[in-house]
Design a protein around this ligand. Structure first.
Ligand code: GLA
Length: 386
């Protein structure tokens, strides 16, 4: 849908008048998975697709929510913008309004909102973070609250915790708010210090393969991993004073690894600590133009997520296995929370058509699911469009 078409939909729904438009992107994480809530490194980039939000303020003292993707609509009084509505999609934007209210901020006007997303939902490309961040940017700008970008990302994360009940890290909201075209964000999730690293891939592209097996980032499995990491920290504490797995180096971890009695917890920790090291190494490799090394680290990341962290599953593993058979694939791994969703691969340009055809055919034959492929364009973080 073009912006003009979206404006027409807005007018159809809410009538003629002034409209402002905003956009926040989804993301693909190149490496650094399940490290963010452990205070580790991540290396995601913002995509060119995401969530759009059109807005007009009103004198009505209610906020109306509608989406071109979902049938559910709601009208909420401004003083009730911190109350969830069932299990509806509007809880994501409402969760963000609620964060502003928690700061003691009030809404002196009402608003009409229309959302539209071109990021596939449930694909693990952070449509929910894009929705939270675009809402944060819209509210901040419209009501003139003057909150900084990083804080808006944190408010989006809180909305996810409190209204979607997923104890996620900061990665998705951060990159949706702070991403930059043709750059990946090397983020320290403990301090939130970050570097924008140019992604110059001579003759190579980032290909996203959607397993079309909806990633089931239900709070259950994800929160279980978060809890296992906390258990690992506890088990290590008598031997080394840490408050998060991000504080222990790989070398030190090897010294205490066998002190973690629970075998599952030990493997979860091994993934996290090794992944943090891989992420640092991968960023160094990319900066040095060593894509081969970057690809090896991506492959290592997937294997660790499959074997130690156990968040892949048959669809993601099949997609990766089939991808690795193709000449011209430099590295391939699952991206995002896991349990379905997408893989990310670095593929030589001349091999992309063959990759899509072969991997598509073999994946479908093995899983019975028809995959989708996108050649990723790295876009900007959340912004006002008009
Ligand atoms: C989801 C969460 C992120 C992050 C990833 C895994 O996308 O929202 O915070 O933990 O999973 O790296």
């Amino acid at each position: 849908m073009t912006i003009e078409q979206l404006k027409s939909k807005f007018i159809e729904k809410y009538g003629e008048g002034e409209i402002s438009g905003y956009f926040s992107p989804g993301r693909v994480n190149l490496i650094g998975e399940h490290t963010d809530y452990n205070g580790g490194f991540v290396f995601p980039c913002a995509l060119s697709f995401g969530i759009y939000c059109l807005i007009r303020t009103t004198e009505r003292k209610t906020v109306r929510f509608a989406s071109t993707n979902m049938p559910f609509e709601a009208e909420v009084r401004v003083e009730d913008l911190n109350i969830a509505i069932g299990k509806e999609w509007v809880n994501y934007p409402i969760g963000v309004f609620a964060q502003f209210m928690k700061k003691g901020l009030t809404f002196d006007k009402g608003a009409d909102l229309l959302f539209y997303g071109d990021v596939p939902t449930g694909a693990g490309l952070s449509s929910s973070a894009a929705l939270e961040v675009v809402t944060g940017v819209v509210i901040n700008d419209t009501y003139g609250f003057g909150i900084g970008r990083i804080e808006l990302a944190q408010m989006g994360q809180k909305a996810e915790h409190e209204f979607a009940l997923v104890n996620c890290g900061i990665m998705d909201q951060f990159v949706s708010a702070m991403g930059k075209k043709d750059h990946a964000v090397f983020l320290n999730c403990d301090t939130l210090a970050f570097d924008l690293v140019p992604v110059k891939l001579e003759g190579v592209k980032i290909v996203i393969s959607n397993t079309n097996s909806p990633h089931k980032l239900d709070s259950g499995k994800y929160n279980e991993r978060v809890a296992e990491c906390q258990a690992a920290v506890k088990a290590i504490q008598p031997f080394q004073q840490i408050s998060a797995l991000g504080e222990i180096s790989w070398e030190d971890f090897l010294k205490v690894e066998d002190k973690i009695e629970d075998e599952t917890v030990r493997r979860r920790a091994r993934h996290v600590v090794s992944e943090i090291q891989r992420t640092e190494d991968a960023v160094k490799a990319l900066r040095a133009g060593d894509l081969v090394k970057f690809g090896i680290l991506m492959n290592g990341s997937h294997d660790s997520l499959r074997d130690d962290y156990e968040v892949t599953g048959i669809e993601l593993d099949t997609m990766v296995e089939e991808g690795r058979k193709i000449d011209g694939v430099i590295g391939t791994r699952m991206t995002g929370g896991g349990f379905g969703g997408c893989t990310v691969s670095l593929v030589k340009e001349e091999a992309i058509d063959h990759f899509i055809e072969q991997v598509g055919k073999n994946y479908e034959a093995k899983t019975g699911l028809t995959p989708l492929f996108y050649v990723a364009e790295i876009g900007d973080g959340g912004k006002r469009l008009f």
